[in-house]
Design a protein around this ligand. Structure first.
Ligand code: PNS
Length: 161
């Protein structure tokens, strides 16, 4: 399969996401990291900030691009003419939600396969929400997110949406 989409909120990207992207980039000819752009939701980082942080973390993956989507994921995947959706699986707790999402997407688009990559054990507990909680309370987030993301979280600054 040539092209895959790795969708998510990425609020912000963590080293766990990065690990999945790097591994997907070895499996597929092209990987699109698709950041959901949902104006109704209120992410901590704006869409522009989230996309910029992902791009900054990926200079070593020439076959990876960063894009945005709203609406149905399967419609976006079809527009991109991609054959697969990549998702990372951390613990058993992820399974219910991911299973439901994969089956829902398959019902709408049977030609699109969802491919799960098991997280690296180093990141099995890691989530964007916990990283934000730790950073806001002055904890150490080095090793959990790419260094520019850590800086941005520590500075607590927010750019324009
Ligand atoms: O990083 P996240 O928040 O777990 O990503 C979830 C995401 C963006 C992949 C999911 O919410 C999604 O695909 N949203 C688009 C709407 C959609 O297609 N819904 C139907 C399938 S559940």
């Amino acid at each position: 399969m040539k092209k895959a989409v790795y969708p998510g909120s990425f609020d912000p990207i963590t080293n766990g996401h990065l690990d999945i992207i790097e591994r997907a980039a070895k499996l597929f000819g092209e990987v699109i990291v698709a950041v959901i752009h949902n104006p109704e939701k209120r992410p901590f980082f704006s869409f522009k900030e989230r996309a910029a942080m992902i791009k900054q973390a990926l200079p070593h993956c020439p076959n990876v691009t960063v894009d945005s989507f709203d609406g149905l994921l399967v419609d976006y995947v079809r527009r991109q003419k991609a054959g697969a959706i990549v998702r990372g699986l951390r613990a058993v707790s992820d399974f219910d939600y991911e299973f439901q999402m994969a089956l829902t997407n398959r019902r709408m688009a049977p030609e699109i396969e969802t491919v799960f990559l098991m997280t690296d054990y180093r990141y099995s507990y890691l989530s964007s929400s916990f990283v934000k909680q730790i950073a806001h309370r002055g904890g150490d987030i080095s090793g959990l997110v790419p260094p520019p993301v850590a800086l941005k979280l520590k500075s607590g600054k927010k750019g324009a949406k």
